[in-house]
Design a protein around this ligand. Sequence first.
Ligand SMILES: Cc1cc2nc3c(=O)[nH]c(=O)nc-3n(C[C@H](O)[C@H](O)[C@H](O)COP(=O)(O)OP(=O)(O)OC[C@H]3O[C@@H](n4cnc5c(N)ncnc54)[C@H](O)[C@@H]3O)c2cc1C
Ligand code: SF4
Ligand code: SF4
Length: 423
Amino acid sequence: MDITIDLEKCTGCGLCLKACMYDAIRIVNKKAEIDENCTLCGACVEACTFNAISIAGIPVKAQDFSDYKGVWVFIENRNSQIAEVSYELLVEGRRLADTLGTTLAALAIGYGIKEKVSGLFDYGVDKVYLIESPLFENQLDDVFAKAIVQTISRYKPEIFLSGATSFGRSMIPRVAAILKTGLTADCTGLDIDANKKLLLQTRPTFGGNIMATIICPNNRPQMATVRPHAMGARGTETKNINYASLNHQENPSGLAQERGTPEVKRGDIIEIPIQENLFKSRLRLLETIDAIEEKINITDYDIIVSGGRGIGCAENFGLLRELADLLGGVVGASRAAVDSGWISYPHQVGQTGKTVNPKIYIACGISGAVQHLAGMQTSDVIIAINKDLDAPIFKIATYGIVGDLFEVVPRLIKRIKSGKKLF
Ligand SMILES: Cc1cc2nc3c(=O)[nH]c(=O)nc-3n(C[C@H](O)[C@H](O)[C@H](O)COP(=O)(O)OP(=O)(O)OC[C@H]3O[C@@H](n4cnc5c(N)ncnc54)[C@H](O)[C@@H]3O)c2cc1C
Ligand code: SF4
Ligand code: SF4
């Protein structure tokens, strides 16, 4: 591949300079010049409104994607329980499908989930595809990946979404690699480019310092994993349900072969039988060990009182616990507090901790680094207590209290105990 600038067209406007994250462009004598730092990322090509930059040799597959239709969501489940993130994705998937004017389908693979899947229609799903077998009792990446690849190859969804859980992060890349399509992992936002009908997949990058929006124009399906709680579950609508088990005959792929396409009505559960002998795993589950950590899940709480380095020591978290208990909430923490050993990891909020979306988030002695904000900035109300007026947390706070937390928090506690309003 080679990048060139058409000097006739280049006006020296500098738009490309701003777009280049690799500092590879200079404007010399009112013309752009590109040096060896260039990674051929293509950002400047998009940015140049004068069409002066081109990259030659990018292999663009001229493919017909007209067979690919619909938005699909993978329904993650364990011990007959559907993961919360799958519901969040269904709500988001419905919105994307409506924008595209297409259908929303759920793909549930597991064991002992048949009774649960009808509830998916409450989330605006048009069809549920169900693969039930004891083979899927444990979350073995390779058997799940095989079943998903074969289902996608048959039904051809244009968009396929999954939760960025530990299982999703480990299994879905296999699916994308086998299908030779793109996958954007760990998205925090999804949308549709209305003109090009492409999925816009947004995720933090460069250590959370910038948000990148990624597209997959040359392959199908467009695949993304999405962080739990990045999108809250919203309103739902109940649909009529029909059960439609497919007529099938055996086929070498392992999935049942349809005889003709059945008329699938809105609200249908389509059971796909499999040939179990063709789904042998190369993995062997020896033992399941519960994580040796506190069982707290801070994402379940509507109020989180978080402490950062400003708390100073483990004992001082007692103050935040008192406030959290009074409010019926839970204690959260920044990574600095967790790394200092003042509180355990399940309490950490942020890019490498939990993504939370509470009604009230109270940040005490937390500066507001982007990696922390990535995990809590969608909270309904953010209250920041910090003695530094210039702390970045104040830029996103609904209410900011500039002061020493060891004076402010006890006063808040006193006020709550006296039954007075906080603000
Ligand atoms: C790849 C990567 C991933 C990361 N993931 C995360 C993550 O998931 N979560 C996370 O939180 N961070 C994460 N970080 C770390 C992040 O960059 C910051 O270092 C961290 O969030 C800082 O924590 P803090 O705000 O508690 O500490 P500091 O930045 O040191 O801020 C302490 C704040 O406390 C205030 N303060 C001090 N004393 C008082 C007082 N008595 N009263 C009131 N205010 C006081 C200070 O003014 C200051 O603003 C990550 C970093 C990287 C590179
Ligand atoms: S954006 Fe285009 S026109 Fe402007 S300086 Fe860069 S190459 Fe030249
Ligand atoms: S292709 Fe990417 S790295 Fe190269 S000059 Fe353009 S923006 Fe910079």
